[in-house]
Design a binder for this molecule. Structure first.
Ligand SMILES: Nc1ncnc2c1ncn2[C@@H]1O[C@H](COP(=O)(O)OP(=O)(O)O)[C@@H](O)[C@H]1O
Ligand SMILES: [Mg+2]
Length: 301
């Protein structure tokens, strides 16, 4: 389904932008589409990278009249974990749902701007969202295994997408996916048991296996550990670090410690604006924007 066209966002020589996130002297954001008196904050830091896997430009999201995300421009680098942080309601979930068009399923939700995955605009008319959502998989806050066996939870996607020619191939996909999700050793002797019989942490790894089984390139995770205990959380965090060798990962987290532990880049959102983006260490040690600083020092959140 790949379209061959040279996108207009080929990285300019200095694609990192200046300290205000401006490239080529142009502001990273425009006023277009803004309600009067509500100018979007310019993004500070380094929203652009040299070889982006995903390119977002001037992304706006409305839920009916509500302007939930304003002029977000950001690149997502290959084989990296980027963490989305910020106070509740700032638009983190809204943003990651743009990346696999999950917002399409919400009535009254309107997305504008450009989002390119490997140079293809995912909002182009000819794009089929079913393979797109396999390419850009999603893991949710609450583990949500299907009320089916462990085996069938993982086999479901590959069956639908016709990825296995026979039972042996399907078995192979199920095993590899469970291995990549760090769950195989714990479940290999009870593949016929219900997915819901597993512990919370195991269920979340099962959901990760289910996502992996359809061969994604990007994995979106929306607060994947917020329903888990510290030990289960630790296992998922280790897993995320493993997975980035093969996948590009976007994780929303309300835990700054988690963002610091698992991500290489961090994006700070505030009231629908992308305030600052930078290397994780820099964001947590020397944030450039006062709002980021206020958040990471616990002044609000
Ligand atoms: N389905 C929806 N319908 C209407 N408004 C929504 C919906 N989802 C989110 N919003 C609004 O959009 C804003 C951003 O929400 P969200 O992306 O969920 O924030 P976060 O994930 O950072 O907590 C909030 O003001 C929220 O109330
Ligand atoms: Mg959220």
């Amino acid at each position: 389904m790949k379209l061959a066209f040279q996108h207009k966002y080929s990285a300019p020589k200095d694609s990192k932008g200046d300290s205000l996130g401006r490239v080529d002297g142009k502001p990273a954001k425009t006023q277009e589409g803004m309600a009067p008196g509500q100018s979007p904050a310019p993004t500070v830091g380094t929203p652009y990278v040299d070889n982006p896997r995903v390119i977002c430009r001037n992304v706006n999201v409305h839920y009916n009249e509500k302007h939930a995300l304003r002029e977000v421009s950001l690149d997502i680098a290959n084989h990296q974990v980027i963490a989305m942080i910020g106070p509740s309601g700032c638009g983190k979930s809204t943003f990651i749902r743009c990346l696999n068009r999950m917002n399409d399923t919400i009535e009254g939700c309107r997305v504008t701007g450009d989002i390119l995955l490997d140079d293809q605009n995912i909002y182009a008319k000819q794009v089929d969202v079913v393979p797109l959502r396999a390419q850009v998989g999603m893991v949710f806050q609450k583990p949500n295994p299907f009320p089916k066996s462990i085996y069938d939870n993982v086999a479901y996607g590959p069956k639908i997408h016709g990825l296995a020619g026979n039972r042996a191939e399907l078995d192979e996909i199920v095993e590899t996916s469970l291995q990549k999700a760090g769950l195989w050793a714990e479940v290999k002797d009870r593949l016929t048991h219900s997915g819901t019989s597993l512990s919370g942490g195991q269920q979340q790894r099962l959901c990760i296996a289910r996502t992996i089984a359809v061969g994604p390139e990007v994995i979106l995770m929306d607060e994947p550990c917020s329903a888990l205990d510290p030990i289960a959380t630790g296992k998922i965090e280790e897993l995320i670090d493993e997975l980035r060798r093969q996948y590009t990962i976007v994780i929303v987290t309300h835990s700054m410690q988690q963002a610091a532990r698992v991500s290489q880049r961090t994006a700070y959102f505030h009231l629908g604006d992308l305030i600052e983006v930078g290397k994780t260490e820099q964001i947590f040690t020397t944030p450039r924007h006062r709002l980021t600083q206020d958040y990471i020092t616990g002044r609000f959140g």
